[in-house]
Structure formats: structure tokens, C-alpha cells
Design a protein around this ligand. Sequence first.
Ligand code: CAA
Length: 257
Amino acid sequence: MPYELILLEVEPPVGVITLNRPAVLNALSPAVIAEVTAALGELERDDSVRAVVLTGGPKVFAAGADIGDMAERGPVEQLARDQTGRWAGITAFTKPLIAAVNGYALGGGCEMALMCDLVIAGDSARFGQPEINLGIIAGAGGTQRWPRTAGKYVAMEVNLGGQPVAAQRAYQLGVVNKVVPAEMTIEAAKRVARQLATKPPVALRLAKEAVNLALELPLQQGLLAERKNFYFLFATEDQKEGMHAFLEKRRAQFQGR
Ligand code: CAA
């Protein structure tokens, strides 16, 4: 499908989605989110793709939801459009999703990065929830994912104060996996994606699902879900391949079956 607001490249085994509205710092209008979720749908169905990088390109990740699009709306209209509910297509993606963040990741841009499974940040990256300065609060997970990732006090600082957190501090807080020079960010994220692409796809999917459940379920329910996923994987050809390859001292070739 043709896209106007994003770029989609498939370099098997990696897919790359690049937000492409540089004139407004990749502001996330509903149309952008629709294109991102449509592209993720395509990549979900494409068996040649085993991991995906989501980036805003070399200068900026995204400066948040499109303020021009929201400024005059009322609550009933917002509810009817379910602006941020539509972002669920991002968290529904089952393959590893790696954010490659340079420059501003603000508001919805920060929330989009926090929805990804790993975050590779350029040293220019700035993560924040400045919605408070607009008279609103984060609406796509910022008040919920920050405390789950960095704890209550950092979450309060970010959501109440509205000041962005620089890349190195975000790394110290555990919000990003790695900080690299800004010109290396996208390549570093692709390298991580290519490494993950060598892993067994069904196990990757169930590992991702189980880790995400840990953020939502009480421990005993989470452990039960993990155990079921663990037992289920013994039904896959990749489990036989992985264990036989280990015993035969060779590299496993995983087929995703
Ligand atoms: N929506 C719409 N347009 C935006 C935008 C946004 N979120 N962010 C930047 N732009 C536009 C600017 O209006 C400007 O357009 P013009 O050239 O036509 O004037 C262009 O992008 C460049 O921006 P600046 O001139 O402001 O660039 P700067 O380098 O001086 O500042 C910035 C950069 C600090 C990121 C600043 O643009 C800024 O503060 N942006 C808004 C950030 C924000 O408040 N984000 C939260 C949005 S609400 C949200 O995301 C809700 C949610 O949870 C889903």
C-alpha cells in the first residue's frame, strides 16, 4: 500500500518504518498513526520480516501528537475519534519492535518509543511528556508506562514538570537500552533487529507476550502464563531444532514453525 506520511522499507529479515513529516517534526496526526499501524500490519503478515525498526530518521523521532489537529476539539469529538485508542495497533504487533530515537521524542513521540520492545537512542535524544504545558496530560500511555519503567518519582517529574530527559539519563533510568552517537542510531537499531531475527520467531513472540504480561498481571498469574508459553514451545519444530543443534554442536536454523 502506498504511504504518504511514513516510509516503509523491507530489508529481510528487517523492516524499517520511518516517520516522514519533517516540516512538523514528525507530529503524530491520526493519519500518521493509521499509516504506522497499517505498515505494522503488512510487516506482521510478511514472513520474511522477523524484527522491525521504528524511527523518525536522523534528526527527530516525533514531537508528539499533532497539536494543530487537536487544538479546537472537544471531549465528545475526541472520544468519538478515539485518537489515542487507535495506537493499540502498535502494541498489538507481535514481532520485536525496536525504536531508533534521535532528537525529540516528546508527548506521543515519547509514548510511541515506550510502546516499543527496545529503545536505541542517539546521544541527541530527548524524552519527555510536555503535555502539561498545553493544559492536558499524556494520553497514549505516558502516565502509565513511565512509572512502570522508571518508577513513581521520575514519572512524576516527567509528567508534572514537563522537562525532557536527555539520552544518557534515560539510559541510567532504564528507559533506553543503549546510547550511541546520533549518526549511528538507525544502523545500531538495525543491528539489534538482525540479531533478534536469528532467534526462533514463535519463541520470540511468546517471550515478548510474557514480558508484557508481567507489567499487567499479579506474579502468580504471570508465572502461569509464562509456564503455558514455555510448555507450548515444545510443540514447535524450532524447539527440536534448537536443542538438537546444541547437542550436535552446530548453529540452529530456525524456521518459525
Ligand atoms: N504538533 C504540531 N506541530 C508541531 C509539533 C506538534 N506536536 N511540534 C512541532 N511542530 C511544528 C511547529 O509548529 C513548527 O511548525 P512551523 O514551522 O510551521 O511553525 C515546526 O514543527 C518546527 O517546530 P519548532 O519551530 O517549534 O522547532 P523548535 O526546534 O524551536 O522546537 C520543540 C522544537 C521543542 C519540539 C517544539 O516544537 C515543541 O515544543 N513542540 C511541541 C511538543 C509537545 O508539546 N508535544 C506534545 C503534544 S500533545 C501529545 O502528544 C498528546 C499525547 O499524549 C498523544
